[in-house]
Design a binder for this molecule. Structure first.
Ligand code: TPP
Ligand code: MG
Length: 781
């Protein structure tokens, strides 16, 4: 579908696109110039922005947004081309002048497109290079999932498009994603490379020429290269043109960039020296004046609207396609081609020259259509109005999915939190209903070992094309039934934890992007969360909603040894905005937190949830009532309440509870009123505490935070022994809440293999360590 009215011929379309292209080039430059040189500065810091990176892709974005995009397409924009996206929406009337003037300022247009903070439609946030590219492949998988599950009509399928810098092709996450995408046979995904062959530091390696084609084609992608613009192709067809074409093809990236920067006379000198020995070549070169020669030599495919239109038209089917659009970084600006242009900026004189060259009158810099002649203006405006983007399409708001008031607690006197997690999920699945139908589990090759097996057996693996379970077919006994079909609800991933988080990001954006809510649940070995950390942060940054189970965790994973035992995830999780961390001790806590997670994942001001779990089965607690639940959901509850303004408490998180209870029994006699505090979420306690303090500073009337209320049960000078199978800093801060002394126990060096008695003794997680720490703290031993 084309945005232009049928009456427009190619020449007229290209004329309009060229006008938009130069409008975008100017506005993106000016937005950055204003932020750096005109807007008053208070802190002396450089504001920044990337004029050259924008200019590199204004033609690509003009063609894509005003000629190619359809209503259901979604785009991840190269982070440092953010100003171009803002300029596009400014032309369309969706972006305000105020936002543009405040680019990179507080409350203004963000430096890199942000789903949550920008006021224009942003489909995917970008910023950490590579991730915004790969997420589109996972989004196309989510789209297929929704189509297969009857949530989206095939005719509503859009293309998931990434506009990417060529240096993003260096990011490993691209290749992990390519492999996974191939396995899942993704469709409707386009990656458009702004192939300016410059990164931040330098020009990119010539040796990579053609390698990208090979890699992508191997993974089933169509590769469309737009190397030369129309001017160049016309020149190649003239006598001497073949020699010119060969010369361009052989020219190293760095030299091409340097000549671009130097301009027409330098091109002439160099071409004459290299290929001017042939009379027809000399004549060809001589037929261009310096300015025309520079224009010819920089007329690469990515700067030629007609070439781009033709190239995009080659990919009308749903096959994933890589477009390699050759470009010049800083095209049309005096920065063009300079190797230091990534953060380079035009100075006052240069921007003035650019303004004058674009026929923009002084004072008209912000005018959306400045420099467009009166004759062209009406045509351009009607061209813009035809764009499907002129009416921003937002999918219908996803419906709230009811969550049962309680999840039943798995039976068993002795249970592990990991097994309980698997059982609760299985129970939800067996019960059926809207929540169960919207669950999607995913795991990087640890489905079975993280207890998702029962759920997968029941709900099946997701595949667009049915895949029989060969083992079941051959009647080979196995606990796992791995039939894959279109109705399946588990997306199996290879071992690439980064992909897990990108998958969760895409699934977790299903409601805002596709208008259909999913409840993604990802499982990963707790230590390997670090493997996908930036993608986890990326998912949270754009407010994707998911439930993450990190399991097993800690040195409690004894025989697996130090490489599998996790130490720092509690601190990672406490420091991660958008992710609420719970570390349950008992199975009933698991059921409680999972229920809360499904509410939180769909709340307006909600977020994602991380459960840190373990395979250690422990004796379950007998509850007298359910009063503990509200406190547990707020981050902690007294498992044994202190009495008589006690001046001692043991504070713990997670499956370390048997050692804690043993120590409690030993200490209770000497420490009357000793309390036992189960911190179910160090994260919530800390957040609540600092939020209340911040509110006090702002003079707002506030209640005490949950942790202040809990600790108020102790005498003011009380001492705390804190213990967690993880970094002790996750709990040691509790002493600051009311000025209490703390003796923190936990893991602060690498673990090793061993059974629990040996490991807990060596790492001071046993009852003896707790008693020793208490004696030192309370009894002055
Ligand atoms: C993960 C990550 N590492 C580093 C950066 C800093 N950085 C921003 S852009 C860039 C180079 C981009 O080059 P390219 O993708 O070719 O874009 P161009 O500006 O040339 O269009 C770098 C290293 C970043 N944003 N993200
Ligand atoms: Mg580049």
């Amino acid at each position: 579908m084309s945005a232009s009215p049928p009456s427009l011929d190619m020449a007229e379309t290209v004329r309009n696109l060229d006008m938009i292209d130069s409008r975008l080039r100017w506005l993106s430059s000016w937005i950055i110039h204003n932020a750096n040189n005109i807007r008053p500065k208070r802190d002396g810091l450089k504001v920044g922005g990337h004029q050259a990176s924008c200019a590199s892709m204004t033609t690509i974005m003009a063609v894509l947004y005003f000629q190619v995009l359809r209503a259901h397409d979604r785009v991840a924009v190269k982070p440092h081309a953010g100003p171009v996206l803002h300029a596009i929406h400014y032309l369309l009337g969706n972006q305000s002048l105020d936002q543009l003037k405040r680019f990179r300022g507080f409350g203004g247009a963000q430096s890199y497109p942000s789903r949550t903070k920008d006021k224009i439609p942003v489909d995917f946030s970008t910023g950490s290079v590579g991730l915004g590219v790969a997420v589109t492949a996972f989004a196309s998988l989510v789209q297929d999932y929704l189509i297969a599950h009857g949530e989206l009509a095939e005719k509503e399928a859009g293309r998931m498009i990434a506009l990417m810098g060529d240096a993003e092709l260096d990011e490993g996450n691209i290749y992990e994603c390519l492999i996974e995408a191939y396995k899942h046979d993704i469709r409707n995904c386009w990656w458009i490379v702004d192939y300016n062959r410059q990164s931040l530091d330098s020009t990119t390696a010539d040796r990579m020429f053609r390698r990208f084609d090979d890699i992508f084609e191997t993974c089933g992608w169509r590769v469309v290269t737009m190397k030369h613009g129309k001017l160049q192709r016309a020149a190649f067809a003239r006598p001497g043109g073949k020699a010119l074409e060969d010369w361009i093809d052989r020219c190293p990236n760095a030299e091409y960039a340097a000549l671009t920067y130097q301009g027409g006379a330098a091109w002439r000198e160099r071409l004459t020296a290299d290929i001017g020995d042939k009379a027809n070549v000399l004549k060809l070169i001589a037929s261009y004046d310096d300015e025309a020669l520079a224009a010819l030599m920089t007329n690469l495919g990515g700067h030629c609207a007609e070439t781009l239109i033709e190239a995009f038209a080659q990919a009308e089917d749903d096959r994933p396609t890589l477009f390699i659009a050759y470009t010049i970084k800083g095209f049309g600006l005096p920065l063009a081609g300079h190797k230091d242009n990534h953060s380079g900026m035009m100075n006052g004189r240069q921007i003035e020259d650019l303004r004058a060259s674009m026929n923009i009158a002084p004072g008209e810099e912000w005018h959306p259509f400045a420099g467009v002649g009166d004759n062209a203006l009406a045509g351009l405006k009607s061209f813009l109005e035809q764009s499907p983007l002129a009416v921003p399409s937002s999918p219908h708001a996803a419906q709230r999915v009811p969550v049962p008031a309680r999840f039943s607690v798995p039976d068993g006197d002795e249970q592990s939190t990991q097994a309980a997690f698997g059982k609760v999920l299985h129970e939800i699945s067996k019960a059926g209903g809207p929540l169960a139908d919207r669950l999607v589990t995913t795991s990087p090759d640890v489905t079975v070992s993280t207890n998702l097996g029962a759920f997968v057996n029941q709900r099946g693996l997701f595949r667009r094309q049915e895949l029989k379970d060969v083992f079941a077919g051959a009647k080979i006994p196995s606990a796992q039934k791995w039939t894959a079909h279109a109705a399946g609800q588990h997306i199996e991933l290879g071992i690439a934890e980064n992909n897990l988080f990108l998958m969760l990001a895409a699934l977790g954006l299903s409601a805002p992007i596709f208008g259909s809510r999913l409840f993604p649940i990802g499982t990963v070995y707790d230590p390997f969360i670090s493997r996908g950390l930036d993608a986890l942060n990326y998912a949270c940054y754009q407010d994707a909603r998911f439930l993450l189970a990190g399991t097993p965790s800690g040195v409690t994973l004894g025989p697996e040894g130090g490489a599998h035992q996790s130490i720092n995830p509690p601190l990672i999780a406490m420091g991660q905005p958008g992710l609420t961390y719970f570390e349950p001790a008992y199975a009933d806590e698991v059921a409680l937190f999972m229920r809360w997670a499904f509410e939180h994942m769909q709340a307006e001001d909600g977020g994602s949830v991380y459960l840190r779990l373990t395979t250690r089965a422990i004796a379950q607690v007998a509850r007298e009532d359910d009063k503990w639940e509200a406190d547990a959901l707020a981050g902690g509850y007294w498992l044994k309440a202190p009495s008589g303004a006690a001046d001692a408490a043991i504070v713990f998180s997670g499956a370390i509870v048997p050692e804690v209870l043993e120590a409690y029994d030993q200490l209770a006699e000497d420490l009357p009123g000793l309390g036992l505090l189960n911190v179910t979420s160090p994260d919530l306690l800390h957040r609540g505490w600092s939020a209340v303090r911040a509110a006090r500073w702002e003079g707002k009337a506030v209640k005490r935070s949950h942790v202040e209320m809990l600790l108020a049960a102790l005498a003011p000078g009380a001492g705390l022994v804190t213990i967690i199978d993880g970094a002790p800093a996750a709990l040691s801060w509790l002493g600051s809440v009311r000025g209490m002394r703390v003796s923190p126990l936990g893991i602060d060096r690498f673990g090793q293999t061993g059974d629990l008695p040996d490991l807990y003794s060596a790492y001071r997680l046993d009852a003896e360590a707790i008693v020793d720490a208490a004696a030192e703290l309370f009894l002055g031993a």
